[in-house]
Design a binder for this molecule. Structure first.
Ligand code: NAG
Ligand code: NAG
Ligand code: NAG
Length: 440
């Protein structure tokens, strides 16, 4: 395992050039798709993920409300930023900064453990480093490069230094500023280190940010971020894995069970073409980190909603589109689509939409006693996915609320609430994503 992992660490030059020629691949919603073939098993990593609220005794409703609050705050940060006309780094997407799952990694030799939040919407891997000008509260020790024998500063000639928009060179040391949005960024020097995953799976020479001025969400004592996006700096790109996947348990089990992230091979991945749904990944040249897919339409009950397909397409300015994100909790919809969904639920459930709920819900319903909640289907290109967990009862008001929010900038996101009890497989080589029903 060890030696194979070491071989991952060389940086594919091909990837670098590919990244700078990103273009739109607009596929018609009606095209047919080849079923994903199971490739011969290759060794990979299996990483345990913990929900950010694990260990806290919260009810399912409280956890969802927590997540909505976190994400609402972030959307508000975005609004404030747009009003101020701030320039946003194009390496990360301004809207989506949900952070829900945490993995434990070791950094350096000997390894020092820290908790990294998974971010499928950004690329940079970083941790807080000594000496620190501005650090978040961290539940583990800060990384001290002087105590590690495998630490190296990253040279300015490294392609990773080139890839960072806001990088500067100081005596051949690459310094960076990585901006998530106006109030959240990390600043420091780029370096390479040996990372330890699980007990002792080691990967050498991973490029990462040694953050010395970090303004991030100071919530749960985590020590950095594990970027899992599509760009070259992310963990999946640096490991050059052809696939990665995760299986998130039902919401009721969030704080108890450990979710699993697989890098490389997918264990016990038997594809049953009758139940596995596969769709294409779409690229967005402005926000290249995200995993976009093509959403062709939405049905509530048996009614296919009258929404123009363009509402879910990526625009020239990079906004719009439909991304799949494991780090965002609640699904976010483009505004008009959101209202159509809410109104259709109201009409089929003989209820009125109540958007005055105090907990950040934008669509709640006063239901009569014996109403049947219609199913909700997202029609991705070639993959109709019946969603789960889209309606939740607020025990305080007794209302039923959609666990969905309106997008601030037109970009829709399939959040992790709707990715439960399935293996979500990202095939980076074939540029496809598959949904395999599974108890996680
Ligand atoms: C990355 O992976 C692809 C396919 O899995 C392979 O063809 C390529 O040689 C790999 N690159 C490196 C640098 O390992
Ligand atoms: C990395 O750069 C810093 C700042 O210049 C320096 O103090 C440190 O010794 C360097 N570390 C290594 C391993 O070269
Ligand atoms: C819808 O609700 C109203 C009361 O709000 C009731 O009078 C009516 O019978 C209901 N219709 C159906 C089809 O349930």
């Amino acid at each position: 395992m060890k030696s194979q992992l070491h071989s991952y660490s060389s940086i594919p030059a091909v990837l670098v050039s590919l990244l700078f020629t990103l273009s739109f691949i607009a596929l018609p919603c009606s095209s047919s798709i080849v079923t994903l073939q199971q490739s011969p098993p290759v060794s990979g990593l299996r990483i345990a993920l913990q929900h950010i609220d694990s260990g806290k005794s919260l009810t399912k409703f409280e956890r969802i409300r927590h997540a909505l609050k976190r994400e609402k705050q972030r959307r508000e940060t975005l609004k404030a930023m747009l009003l101020a006309g701030t320039q946003i780094s194009s390496q990360v997407h301004p809207t989506i900064t949900g952070l829900e799952y945490v993995m434990q990694v070791g950094i350096g030799t000997p390894p020092v453990r820290y908790n990294a939040v998974i971010n499928t919407g950004a690329d940079l891997i970083w941790t807080q480093c000594k000496p620190c000008l501005n650090c978040m509260k961290q539940s583990t020790l800060l990384f001290d490069s002087e105590k590690s024998s495998s630490f190296s500063n990253l040279s300015c000639s490294s392609p990773f230094c080139d890839a960072l928009q806001l990088s500067l060179c100081a005596i051949d040391i690459c310094t960076y500023t990585y901006v998530y949005n106006k109030d959240t960024y990390t600043r420091g020097t780029m370096a390479t280190e040996t990372f330890t995953f699980g007990e002792n799976a080691k990967v050498s020479d991973l490029a990462f940010g040694c953050g010395q001025d970090n303004h991030f969400f100071e919530e749960d004592g985590f020590g950095g971020v594990m970027g899992m996006g599509r760009g070259m700096m992310s963990l999946v790109s640096q490991l050059n894995v052809s696939k990665f996947s995760y299986c998130l348990p039902s919401i009721a089990d969030d704080t108890k069970s450990i979710s699993t992230l697989f890098l490389g091979s997918v264990p016990n991945f038997s594809l049953d073409s009758a139940t596995t749904k596969t769709t294409y990944l779409v690229k967005n040249k402005i926000y290249p980190s995200f995993y976009y897919v093509m959403l062709c339409g939405i049905s509530v009950g048996d009614a296919r909603l009258d929404i123009d397909e363009d509402k879910f397409a990526v625009n020239d300015d990079g906004n719009g589109g439909m991304a799949i994100d494991a780090s965002t909790t609640n699904t976010v919809l483009e505004e008009e689509a959101f209202h159509r969904v809410a109104n259709e639920f109201a009409s089929q459930m003989n209820a009125t939409v109540d958007d005055t709920s105090s907990d950040g819900y934008v669509a709640c319903f006063n239901l009569h006693s014996s109403v049947v909640v219609p199913k909700l289907v997202f029609h991705f290109e070639n993959a109709d996915i019946e969603l789960d967990n889209y309606m939740i009862n607020d025990p305080r008001s007794g209302k039923w609320c959609l666990t969905m929010a309106i997008s601030g900038d037109g970009t829709s996101v399939l959040g992790n609430m709707q990715q439960r009890n399935m293996l979500v497989v990202y095939d980076l080589e074939k540029e496809m994503v598959s949904f395999v029903p599974k108890r996680c």
